[in-house]
Design a binder for this molecule. Structure first.
Ligand code: PDD
Length: 277
């Protein structure tokens, strides 16, 4: 595993982050996670585009060009020799004496890391158990900000219940997982929460909606639905950069569909695999 800070490659154990980086003190920044397959970053353009959007929403100036981001990702892959992994990067507002308001004359600070990732074939074949929890996050879940406390607590609740993911509910509607988007399938139709301030616009979600579903002749309804509705679903899955497409076979103890990876989910998984290869 390698890192990138202050414009150079470093070892991950190196102490590279200043104490007064606003990322530490306020979670004042944004992040992205991309998957590396066969030495190449998957859907990097979409991740960088989203990073620019998140920065704009937080009024953090963008100081890196698209080409620079691409180069730094490439550098981490070649320097680390990791051909199957995940790259994390974050940009904070910068380093300044602590105070809530934006400091003047700060330069946004980029740090990155790469780590190897093994394919999670088991979970993708067998599916996972998930748990419904109340969505207690702030109202700007569309920004991929460093503030992940609610997501962290939600994931831990899932783990303690013997589940892999927690699916969040706000105002009687299912929003998304703690680090994934959520889909259900009923009568061959895909349902997922529409884009709004209440969910992250997932790259994997958009690939499913724009590329995979149309190629399979499947219709996607971007409409809110209730937890009760999910109990009538034939299939359900979570999706995200590291989870890819993972079937959900039980929700808060209730079996989903046949309690196994369903045929539509499997078709989507195969189509996703084709994009990666
Ligand atoms: N999580 N929803 C939330 C709240 C997320 O944090 C993520 C990503 C997604 C899926 O987005 P994408 O398909 O672009 O990865 C949905 C990343 C992987 C993480 O926090 O590690």
């Amino acid at each position: 595993s390698l890192g990138f800070a202050n414009g150079t490659i470093i070892d991950l154990t190196e102490n590279a982050v200043p104490l007064e980086d606003r990322g530490h003190q306020f979670g004042d920044g944004i992040y992205e996670v991309t998957r590396v397959y066969n030495g190449r970053c998957f859907a990097l353009e979409k991740h960088i585009e989203r990073a620019y959007r998140s920065l704009r929403q937080l009024k953090i100036p963008a100081v890196h060009t698209y080409e620079e981001f691409a180069q730094m990702h490439h550098l981490l892959i070649t320097e680390s020799g990791i051909s199957d992994g995940a790259i994390y990067f974050q940009i904070t507002r910068g380093v300044a004496p602590r105070g809530h308001g934006f400091p003047e004359n700060v330069v946004p600070r980029l740090t990155m890391s790469i780590r190897p990732v093994a394919a999670n074939n088991r979970l993708q074949a067998d599916g996972i158990k998930a748990l419904f929890i109340p969505d207690e996050r702030w109202l700007r879940c569309d920004i991929k900000s460093l503030n992940l406390l609610s997501n962290v607590l939600g994931k831990q609740r899932a783990k303690e219940a013997g589940c892999v993911e927690a699916i969040q509910i706000r105002n009687e509607f299912v929003t998304e997982g703690t680090s994934t988007n959520f889909f259900i399938i009923k009568d061959e139709l895909l349902w997922t929460h529409p884009l709004s301030n209440l969910i992250l616009s997932g790259v994997t979600r958009s690939i499913i909606i724009e590329t995979l579903a149309p190629s399979l002749g499947l219709t996607v309804l971007e409409k809110p639905f209730s937890p009760e509705f999910t109990h009538k679903a034939d299939e359900a899955f979570i999706c995200g950069t590291t989870s890819e497409i993972t079937p959900v076979i039980s929700l808060s103890g209730a079996v989903v569909g046949d309690g196994a990876a369903g045929p539509v989910t499997q078709k989507l998984q195969q189509a996703y695999q084709m994009l990666i290869d």
